[in-house]
Design a binder for this molecule. Sequence first.
Ligand SMILES: [Zn+2]
Length: 64
Amino acid sequence: MKWLMRKCTQCSRYTLKSICPNCGASTRIPHPAKFSPDDKYAKYRVKASELASTTETIAESVSD
Ligand SMILES: [Zn+2]
């Protein structure tokens, strides 16, 4: 998921534009890029595989 919302540096209005439609000031992305998209997806993959193995274990014990 990408952060598309930008925030006006002057009036703090959120917008998708690089220029604030409210006051015409420049906007910036308010979320610092702490993680690269790759890192994020890797995290989700780990979480997903954890969930998958948990679900498998449950399914196995239920079907037995
Ligand atoms: Zn503004």
